[in-house]
Design a protein around this ligand. Sequence first.
Ligand SMILES: CC(C)[C@H](C(=O)O)[C@@H](O)C(=O)O
Ligand code: SF4
Length: 405
Amino acid sequence: MGFTFAEKIIAGHAGHEVHANDCVVVNVDVMMASDTTGPMTIRAFQEMGGVRVAKPKKTVFVIDHATPCPNERIAALHSMIRRFCGEQGCVLYDQNWGVCHQVMLENDEVGEGDLVLGGDSHTCSYGAVGAFSTGVGSTDLGAALLTGKTWLRVPETSRIELTGHLPKGVCAKDVTLRMIGDLRSDGVSYESVEFAGDGFARFTQDEAATVCNMVIEMGGKNGVFLSALKRPDLMPDEDAVYKRVLRYDAAAVVPMVARPHAVDNVCTAAEAAGQRIDMVYIGSCTNGRLSDLAAAADILRGKKIAPSVRMTVCPASTKVLLAAIDRGYIREFLEAGATISTPGCSLCVGTLGGVPADGEVVLSTTNRNFKGRMGNKNALIYLASPATAAASALTGTITDPREVI
Ligand SMILES: CC(C)[C@H](C(=O)O)[C@@H](O)C(=O)O
Ligand code: SF4
């Protein structure tokens, strides 16, 4: 019986052979906390008697969820993180960097073969570069800061294969929403997901990050793109055991949306067409990268968004913003009538401005549309790709991007 990626990488970090459902203690290569969970992690570390973190150069804090800082209470938490990083010699990405997951990826804080714990549920994003990465609570993270280790139940694995080419106007986000719609939010609970097939192998790292980012929205523990694996010792064996295997034909995928108030409440963009929208948000660790901004800029270029729509674009990082400036996208967004927000989590989780009013409808490129997500429980949030978001901003209603390209 062969081994899956999860079994191989966890075995390497446990120092012995492991099988799905074993409970093991593993070495952790990289730890990450944001400004939301960082303070709780520091407190947990201190309450456990922590004096020095085990791996300061591999312990990363990113101040991203509430930047620039909106109030006094959060300012105190931000200073607590800065002080801790100064005392402990941990790596700090302050408010000028961007969303934690993008910052981790674009600054090579994580790489192939790393076992990564993050105090954020979308830590699963790093499967795009061949890491085993997963989100944990602040207490587990605090313990890892102290010991450099954690415990894991070795996940069972599902494999999802994509074959062929995506049609024009169809994005990685559409494939992701389609899979989540099919599997539902608990479809692969606590499982590792291997993304395979020539279709996924053709995805760029940005696209792979979009897919892996939302593995948690199908209940997964982690996701990994097999095409990101260069090390043969991490590749799953031919006779590895899978809980389920799903296959998708890329040519048959169409633009999708998730309707309020659940990520698995999906339908095609064509089925939702005509739904009025008041706000459009393009950004986040799911879809705020340069290629996402490019997809939106291609649709908005030389046009004006509907007067009834307020549109905000937030590059996922300062590096993305600078590249978008160089390529002229930022000017194009501004000329189309959009607002540009400071790189970070921005509107995604309601920790900053841009809160929708009661009854308003938002189309967002983020990963969650739960009630209250953007700061108002009486708003309705739809999720979609950057192409669908841009096309819909032009018309003021949900629009299949293939109608405008
Ligand atoms: C605030 C934070 C704990 C949360 C997470 O863990 O994912 C946030 O980033 C989110 O996207 O919902
Ligand atoms: S951009 Fe949104 S989903 Fe990503 S870490 Fe920030 S709040 Fe969470």
